[in-house]
Design a protein around this ligand. Structure first.
Ligand code: CUA
Length: 141
């Protein structure tokens, strides 16, 4: 009797599991149920976006504009960098960043400014006579 009961219990549990699984699987399709589950992550990403410090940087022979960037420690920094003439590079070794800047194509780099200090960035692609002097610094305070 006890064995029979536990089998029945097991069967009920299995059935319940299958129904629950089916409900979970079909819910999103039935009434676009993705909205309730997606909403919290959307909110949190909005919050994250507000915290991002976005800075546009122009690269040209042979300078970056701005060449001095100031951010606060702990900020999430997004640099949108574009070359307006030839191919340059943007290297920020302190944050392991190095991207090639194809003329006219904006590149985005992102990092959390978790170290305070002054960090040099420089052009990392040979771009002509002034290449070696094409540099700037990020000041994190
Ligand atoms: Cu710009 Cu090298």
């Amino acid at each position: 009797m006890k064995i029979k009961l536990s089998y029945q219990l097991l069967a009920i549990l299995l059935l319940a599991g299958i129904i629950t699984g089916a409900l979970v699987l079909f819910k999103p399709n039935e009434k676009k149920g993705t909205t309730p589950s997606a909403a919290p992550s959307e909110v949190s990403s909005t919050v994250q976006n507000q915290e991002i410090k976005e800075i546009q940087v122009i690269a040209r022979q042979w300078q970056f504009e701005p060449s001095e960037i100031r951010v606060k420690r702990g900020e999430r920094v997004r640099l949108r960098i574009k070359s307006v003439d030839v191919t340059h590079g943007f290297a920020l070794p302190a944050y392991n960043i190095n991207v090639v800047l194809t003329p006219g194509k904006e590149e985005t780099v992102e990092f959390v400014a978790d170290k305070s200090g002054e960090f040099e960035f420089a052009c990392s692609v040979q771009c002509g006579a002034g290449h070696a002097g094409m540099r700037g610094k990020i000041i994190i305070e």
